[in-house]
Structure formats: C-alpha cells, structure tokens
Design a protein around this ligand. Structure first.
Ligand code: GLU
Length: 471
C-alpha cells in the first residue's frame, strides 16, 4: 500500500530532506528510515445481534533502536497499513526529538467506533490485545500502546486488563500500555498532556520577539487570533490553554461543520452547545460554515490542525492566511503544502515536536509503573516541612511572620500532577530551543520541521555508533 503520494512517502520526503543535510552514512540513514516490522491481523468478532464481522487491524514497529517501542492505537475506518507505518515513523522521530527513550510504533483498527456498542468495542480491543501478545507485539519492555484518534483511557483499561489476565503475575505488567485510568496505574496529567504540550510549544515559538517580528506579529499569545480544527482530546485541550492565555478563538472546525466569530468563541460554551445539540453548528452569535475545511482558510494568526493527516495539502495551502501553522495532529501538512507554506513565509511548528507532550507524559506513566511508586510520594511532605521552617525563621528574623494561609501556599510541595506538568514544560522548552538552534546552525535556511528531523536523526544515529555495523 505504499505509494509515492501516500502518507508514508510524505514522511520519508521530510526525512530525506533533513538526511541530506547530515553527514551520516547512507546505509545508516536507510536503517533509521525503514520500518522494522508490521503485523497485519484479521479476526472475527461477534456483534450484539449475533452476526459475525471480520475486523482488520495493524501494529507497526518502526524502529527498535530503543525498546520498548511506543505509540498510540487508532480506531478509524480510514486506517490502513501505509498510515500506521507513517505514524509509527513519526513516533520514532518524535521520541528522539523530546528525548523519550523509546522506538516508534503505531497501531490501528479499521472500524468506525460510532457504529459499535461499548460491549462490541470491548470484545474487539481484548481480541486485538490477545493477537498482539501472541506475536510479542505488546509488553512493558517490548511495545507499549497508548490512546490515539478514536481511543481513550477506556480502551487502555481493557488492554491492561487483558494483558494482565493472560500473562499472570508479571511484575511490570502495568507498564504494557499508557494513558490508563488513574486507578489502573495511569498518571495524573496524561489526559491533557498532548494539548498542554501543544500550548507550551506555541508559547515558546511566540515568545521570541525576533521570530515574531519576521512574521509581522507581536510576541506573546495574548490577543493572537487562533483557528482550531478538531475538538477531540488534543484540540480541545490546546484550545483551552490557548484561550486561558488570552488567545482569541476566531473559528473552530469539526467534521459536522465549522463556526466562526472574529470577536472570539467561548470554548466551554461551544462544547456545552455541542453536547446539547450534537453539533457545533448553530452556536449563538457565530457564523456557520457548512464546508468545514473552508474554516482553515479564514483570517487568523495561528492555525492549529488537531484532527487527522493531510488536512493542509496542495489544494488549499496557498489560500491559508495563517502566519503560523501549529501541527497538533500527526502529519496534517502534506510535503507539497509544506513547500508552499515555506515559500510564503509561514512558520510551521512541526508535529514531531509540537504534539510530543502525549508521549512524554506516557513515558512518565511507564516509568511510574516500573518504579511502582507515585511521583512525589517520598519527598512532598519533606519539602513542605523544610520550606515551612525557612519561612518561619524568615518571619521571626524580620518580625513579620507569615499567615498560616501564606505558609501553606508558599510551602506547597510538588505532587504527581505538579511534577508531570513541570517535566512536560521542561521537555517542550528544551526541545524547542534545540530545534531552533539547529535551524540557526543551518543559517535559518531550513525550516523547523527539517531542523527537528536533523535532531532526531543525530540522536538515533548515536545509538548505532558503537555497533560497528555501519561505516
Ligand atoms: N498517540 C499519541 C501520539 O501520537 C501518544 C502516543 C503515546 O503516548 O505513546 O503521540
């Protein structure tokens, strides 16, 4: 299913463009680029009405340079082998860019989840897990799935339960999947992690006055006009944090249509309206746009595609008015569109960096599962007590004692959620800086995506350096 125009070919084009700017041996570059293994399965499932349906599914492991491999599982009627291979490759580069010690993988089940009952989805998920286990495509040290398009903590809880039932007594079994509910070994802050990471990434990009000036924009998020495509977990949380930071949501797009209001849309009210009516259309004071994709072409500063791949392509790229395209989704911009945007001076903040918050917090969850200890549990109270002693001494020395309320606030020790958010913010800031400095090393002739790919290639190449199998 790999074609020149397929998704996987698009990813390879981005890779090749960056690879040409490195001095690694061609054999090594090829090894990094190729997908290591793809498992294609079909299995029968009994529907609630007694009929039998054949389900098609995949798991692609792109790179074993680090183990386990890592990446989500998507449930979509559009899933195919080319797509999971491309998404698995993106996971490899993404993990390298944010220094998360995993190879890349991705799974997919070709179903429209809205056409299946909860019980049917559970049967499909459990059977899929069984099939993965049978071929050694899942395990805390092998390959660790996570939520993706069409899946959530509910599916992850079925996966971990099936895995634990089948393996029985494996000490690190909880680390076989991430994005789990908290009660089943999940971590606080995972649900919003990708969207929050998107926000941190955009904030970093917008903070640099020099870069903003080149785009004719003021630094900062406050007042920036933003369009978000996709209000799933990633799009919703990205929009939420951007709005909280003062951005104006001038349009929101979903598959049923889009709405726009140059004065700004209140995200929570739009979500409540959608919950009530089943659609974002008809929101008070907003204009309805029946052809959802048209919304991408409206006037704005930042366009955040947070839905599926190939939303910005050679058909619409030249019509975009955004100065910044912030890729919250995986592969939303085709390689041709990327060139068009680059020529017209649009800043593209690439997916391999921008949506890496999800896998970063998955890494924290996996590490928590392996350590069998919640982050912050050992030191939180100790930290609080030490700080309180300093504050009390300070109050005594200055004869201006702090109130109990102030003491409480100022001595607050970090709990799991605080640490997760802090680790995520640090990761995104460092990765942005690395990407920007690589761009600068190439005299700003290259774009951020290519810079991110160069960083990924260099980091992966190091893992092969001492093997002696490449020149
Ligand atoms: N599905 C998410 C992604 O595409 C998260 C993957 C993970 O946490 O392993 O990055």
């Amino acid at each position: 299913m790999t074609s020149e125009h397929g998704f996987n070919a698009q990813v390879r084009r981005s890779f090749d463009k960056a690879a040409a700017l490195t001095d690694h041996a061609p054999e090594l570059l090829e090894q990094i680029r190729e997908c290591n293994s793809v498992y294609h399965i079909t299995f029968p499932i009994k529907r609630d009405d007694g009929s039998i349906e054949t389900i098609e599914a995949w798991r692609a492991e792109h790179s074993h340079h680090k183990l386990p491999t890592k990446g989500g599982i998507r449930y979509s009627s559009l899933v195919n082998e080319d797509e999971v291979m491309a998404l698995a490759a993106l996971m490899t580069y993404k993990c390298a860019i944010v220094e998360v010690p995993f190879g890349g993988a991705k799974g997919g089940i070709k179903i429209d989840r809205r056409e299946f009952s909860e019980a049917e989805l559970e049967r499909i998920t459990r059977r899929y897990t069984f099939e993965l286990l049978r071929k050694n495509f899942i395990g805390p040290g092998v390959d660790v799935p996570a939520p993706d398009y069409g899946t959530s903590s509910r599916e992850m809880s079925w996966i971990v339960d099936t895995y634990m039932t089948l393996t029985g007594g494996e000490l690190n079994a909880l680390g076989c999947v991430t994005g789990k509910p908290i009660a089943q070994g999940g971590i606080r802050g995972r649900t919003e992690a990708t969207g929050k990471g998107v926000y941190y990434g955009i904030r970093e990009a917008c903070a640099l006055a020099e870069d903003m000036k080149a785009l004719g924009l003021e630094p900062g998020i406050d007042g920036k006009r933003v369009i978000v495509q996709g209000l799933g977990n990633v799009g919703y949380h990205a929009a939420k944090y951007l709005q909280e930071a003062g951005a104006v949501l001038v349009a929101l797009a979903e598959y049923e249509g889009a709405i726009s209001d140059p004065k700004g849309l209140d995200l929570e009210q739009v979500m409540a309206h959608r919950q009530e009516t089943g659609s974002i259309l008809g929101f008070k004071g907003a204009e309805d746009i029946a052809d959802s994709k048209r919304a991408l072409e409206l006037d704005c500063d930042i366009l955040v595609p947070a839905a599926l791949e190939n939303q910005i392509n050679s058909d619409n790229a030249a019509r975009l008015k955004a100065k910044i395209v912030a890729e919250a989704a995986n592969g939303p911009t085709s390689a041709d569109a990327d060139e068009i945007l680059s020529r017209s001076g649009v800043m593209v903040i690439p997916d391999t960096f921008l949506n890496a918050g999800g896998v970063t917090v998955s890494y924290f969850e996996w590490a928590k599962n392996l350590s069998h200890l919640r982050f912050g549990r050992m030191e939180k109270r100790h930290e609080e007590q030490a700080r309180r002693r300093v504050l009390e001494a300070l109050g005594e020395k200055t004869s201006k004692p702090f109130s109990e309320e102030q003491l409480k606030e100022l001595s607050h020790g970090a709990g799991e959620e605080d640490l997760v958010h802090s680790g995520l913010e640090e990761t995104m800031c460092v990765a942005y800086e690395q990407m920007r400095s690589t761009r600068a090393e190439h005299e700003d002739k290259t774009d951020l995506r290519t810079a991110a790919f160069i960083n990924a290639i260099d980091k992966i190449a190091v893992c092969y350096a001492d093997l002696g199998i490449f020149p």
